[in-house]
Ligand binder design. Sequence first.
Ligand code: ADP
Ligand code: MG
Length: 738
Amino acid sequence: METLRFQVVGTAFKKKPLEVKAPDERPDRYFGSKVFNREKMYRYLPKSVYEKMIDVMDNGVRLDREVADDVAKGMKQWAMENGVTHYTHWFQPLTEGTAEKHDSFIEHDGKGGMVEEFTGKLLVQQEPDASSFPSGGIRSTFEARGYSAWDPTSPVFIIDDTLCIPTVFISYSGEALDYKAPLLCALHAVNVAATDVCHYFDESVKKVTSNLGWEQEYFLVDEGLYAARPDLLLTGRTLMGHDSAKNQQMEDHYFGSIPERVAAFMRELEIVALELGVPCKTRHNEVAPNQFELAPIFEETNLAVDHNMLLMSVMKRVARKHGFRVLLHEKPFAGINGSGKHNNWSLSTDNGVLLHAPGKTPEQNLRFAVFIVETLMGVYKHNGLLKASIMSATNAHRLGANEAPPAIISSFLGKQLSELLDHIEKADKENILAMDGKQGLKMNIPEIPELLIDNTDRNRTSPFAFTGNRFEFRAVGSEANCASAMIALNSAVAEALVNFKKRVDVRIAKTAKKFEGTGHSATFHAIIDILREDIKTCKPIRFDGNGYSDEWVKEATKRGLDVEKSCPKIFERYLDAESIQMFESLGVMTKKELEARNEVKWETYTKKIQIEARVLGDLSMNHIIPVATHYQSQLLKNVKDVADIFPADHAKKLSSRNIKLIEEIAERTSLIESQVEELVNVRKQVNKIEDEHKKAIAYHDKVEPKLEDIRYQIDKLELIVDDSLWPLPKYRELLFIR
Ligand code: ADP
Ligand code: MG
């Protein structure tokens, strides 16, 4: 009988009771109750101020000081009615997660009294002490201070007693020190570029919005067991642990019933998220035991990114209340599925057209084909960069393993869409675009059924799959800030659309004479010509086969796709000439910013591996070896006792198994010891490298592989050492919530 050697904290009765909403309270009554959304602006702001704010949010109009003062006043009133005493600028530094510094509404009045103050100035701009946030040297080279500035397109919200104000974080010399600033620029770029292209089809389009619907995967572990695993605590993943006899092979967890403890957690998480305006929609079990997913309805990308960051932090808090810890690491357990965060992405117009969804008329379908193909053009041209945008020390464990998307970016389109593109590419042009007597132009673009792809046609191995009315970027890691992928993707597509329009316009100008007096003909002819060129050009990115196979690696290499697997080398793609050119020409990031951000990426990579190496070294020396040795002494004593009692020949026979174990323990512990020593020596050596880029590569090539070697020996010991002595909770305990 398996006994649990560790105290399971369970729902921890000593903790605060759950504040679960009454069952008859419907979500629409509390959805967004903690958000200063449009409805609250309407209630708390004077009419003219409200209208100005709408203009600021919808049309990017500048916010003037007086208006900011009025907004701050209304906001403060609403916040104080909700028990708020503090406010904070909430931003997304280049570390993981979010940062905030709380200030009280109360200020000293200089006469020994207190006044409550929250002005437009405090709302709009702050100077957080930025010196401890990573900047990749920007701050030392340029200007010491950084400031945070309000992003009025993402509404403020309340957490506990604090009003949180979403902001960008920039250095005084103007360089972005966060994710939000470049994201807003990339979204602006794709808006401008896509709106221009839309005008070929519909002149009334004023704005194109980028949409993001993320699906957050995560693991839950019992808090008591978590506390007994220093590796989970310090690195977010298990650095050792033999496979559980049962893990996911029965595939019984996926869509299985959710354990009651977990369901209670999910219910509260959803309530808190809904109150904060995160439009949660689905929750279910994932493939691995203890793995779950939460997905909201898609939103405008900037807001969706904020909501994901918010959700990740809320998740951690709610989990603790329920006696759990949330693991957002991409690969917390070896041998079972890791966690990702599919990013469902599309573009849509202000007049309600989903540009990545097929339409009803041939004209609409031509526009659809243009947006699909130009998306592929962006993804093709910048496939290495897109991979860099989702790569991290933690996601590296997931990519390339035979479960998640492979470490090569390609796109799955499905049969119908592939056929459509083939038709446009290969059909006789006269056949696609024919002059049809009086009616003008006749376009022969095949119809596409609205329900494009059924579930069976989905290719789970594709990192960038078309799924009916959107693309699903599946390589994003569970722990990542989606902004990183969204900056790269929206920029790449913006650039492709700009190039497309340039070439179409040149073509129109060339042929305008020929089509004089025939309405849109010259435009459509030009669009078809350029589209056909592009369908050919971006073909190497299209791949509907098995992304996990070895043949694909060979084939992808032949096609010129990026097949690099080393994380620090993948980051180099940010500094390729065409990446810099793209980001600079769109006004998203400068070369200087890109260089600085890469320094941060390399440094972060090194630190993560360094911490893992230290933790593994410590655990080996002060947990594993002592326990294994202790067990070995017990065995030795037993052998001695047996020899005391039985005749030598017989004793030898009786002790043969124990003697083998004694030898195996001796061998494995001495291997661990020497490998840990080597690990320390290698680290000492590579720590001397000053260049962050080279250091990260050395950590990847020389330090990281050693972790695996040590783990191998430890996992073997776990199988033979007495279970009651083993100092760490095992996979079978961590992975099954009871
Ligand atoms: P799956 O079958 O992959 O789980 P879902 O239907 O649950 O997909 O949707 C996943 C996410 O995709 C949700 O957040 C959903 O709102 C989002 N989504 C659906 N349509 C679009 C779209 N056109 N653009 C962006 N996201 C979308
Ligand atoms: Mg999905």
